[in-house]
Design a protein around this ligand. Sequence first.
Ligand SMILES: [Zn+2]
Length: 239
Amino acid sequence: MGAALAAMLALLTEAQGSSAEPPAEPAMRSESIGAPMDGSLARGAVLPKRGAGFSVMRKTLARRARYGTEELVRLVEDAAAAVRRKDRGALLAVADLSQRRGGPFEHHGSHQSGRDLDLAFYMRDAEGKPAIPVDFVAFDHNGYSVDPPMAFRFDAARNWAIVAALLSSERAEVQWIFVAEHLKRILLEQADTSGANAALVAKARRALRQPGAKSHWDHFHVRVRCPAEGGPVCRDWGR
Ligand SMILES: [Zn+2]
């Protein structure tokens, strides 16, 4: 009887012990390994094909590139929903994140570690109606589409709104939003017009950045920092 009781007690304690213990969440979390240009992704979260205020572009579905860290996926869902709450017609076209396990991705130098994300610009047609891009559209200094010429306009209000939402979200810390210098200027003018607060504008001034000659005039590229509890395997690149 002594042994049976001891065994029962052991079982009980074990059961209590396991229920009292916090779920093994840290080990199960998504993990960004290495750097955006030389890294991989473990247990990546997947962005749904569509959600509140966003829809994933066809080319990205074909490339199976809807994976990122939990933080990145929640960030884009959050930001698109925030824009949509204030502006019912807004639909964000989301392009590539990373592939399921990250790593080299033929269409990109980075996008390897689950912390990069491309977004098409919000745009309007010649009549001023919102238009959903089927592919990326490049915009010139005046905010007109380059090809087809002048068929679309850069929607400064919505594009500023998504930048503001990304930079204001608690889900992840945005390191960069790569975009052409001439579009950055349009976005900051819009921030001014819309009376954005000075702290947010300063943040945007720093985060919005053209990384090379004449690049990113047809999409935003968002990069988030390693999560605070990301551990030593996640590496930020640049300041
Ligand atoms: Zn990109």
